[in-house]
Ligand binder design. Sequence first.
Ligand code: NAD
Length: 292
Amino acid sequence: MILLDGKQISADIKAEIALAVTEIKKEGKRAPHLAAVIVGNNGASMTYVGAKVKACELVGFSSTLIDLPAQTTEVELLAKIHALNDNLEIDGFIVQLPLPEHIDEQKILMAVHPDKDVDGFHPTNVGRMALDLPTFLSATPYGIMELLERYKVPTSGKHVVVIGRSHIVGRPMSILMSQKRPAGDSTVTIAHSRTTNLEKLTLEADIIVAALGIPEFLKAEMVKPGAVIIDVGITRVPDETKKRGYRIAGDVDFESVSKKAGYITPVPGGVGPMTIAMLLKNTLLAFGRNAS
Ligand code: NAD
């Protein structure tokens, strides 16, 4: 079994980005600049945004955290987004999800200018991704593609089962892996909550991408020997033995599945750190476009 070490690969990518930033600064240019907007104080969201800002510092980017109160109105948030769209000093920005219920998430994501949409959530960028045109790929699927590519995991002609059809993970994953591209050329099945024969499908899969958000859902008996297992899940599970009162669980029962798998991502330390590295990569791309 080979562990797909997202922590290591993301560190490599960050080192590559840091080198690029050094070159940019040597030319007398300003550093790439990422902004993050967070509304309210959802614990997990604060952790994610904090990690993104810290990663910016690490590679030499500028970063701005816009921390808005939970009662911020949709109109106020839209005004903030328009200001970020117009700010020439900011190359890209993200709006951390989920947003409070009184704000229409879709309306907000639509307001982000596609050229600054480093999360790759805007319909223009999703459409470009689906058509295999240059764009900002959404960071989690992009990170998985990069991980598969850097580990040279064979994907051409392989049967991939993606569990989950969300707009930010499952759906783009299924599209990317079916495309003619590195870590692509696969035959893809997309499964979801209404799929009736999931175990039959996963037992036939060469590669399984588990993105459903149910802790330790995928068990060894659902996996064929030698399969490639990508665990996207991140769930906080109450755990009194931990100081913080919870542990982070993936969607895969790592203990049993790792004994059967050919390759597997751990949680934490697999897909999670890759997501942040790819967000930085998208910001560098936005900077390059902005500067040219
Ligand atoms: P989501 O809730 O939007 O989607 C879950 C999907 O799973 C749905 O399409 C649903 O149909 C499917 N599903 C639910 N129960 C199922 C079942 N029993 N069988 C088959 N399919 C089922 O979730 P999401 O935003 O795609 O996130 C999925 C998981 O990935 C979550 O744990 C989330 O925290 C995690 N996540 C991790 C990263 C990362 O950086 N590692 C990024 C995004 C999301």
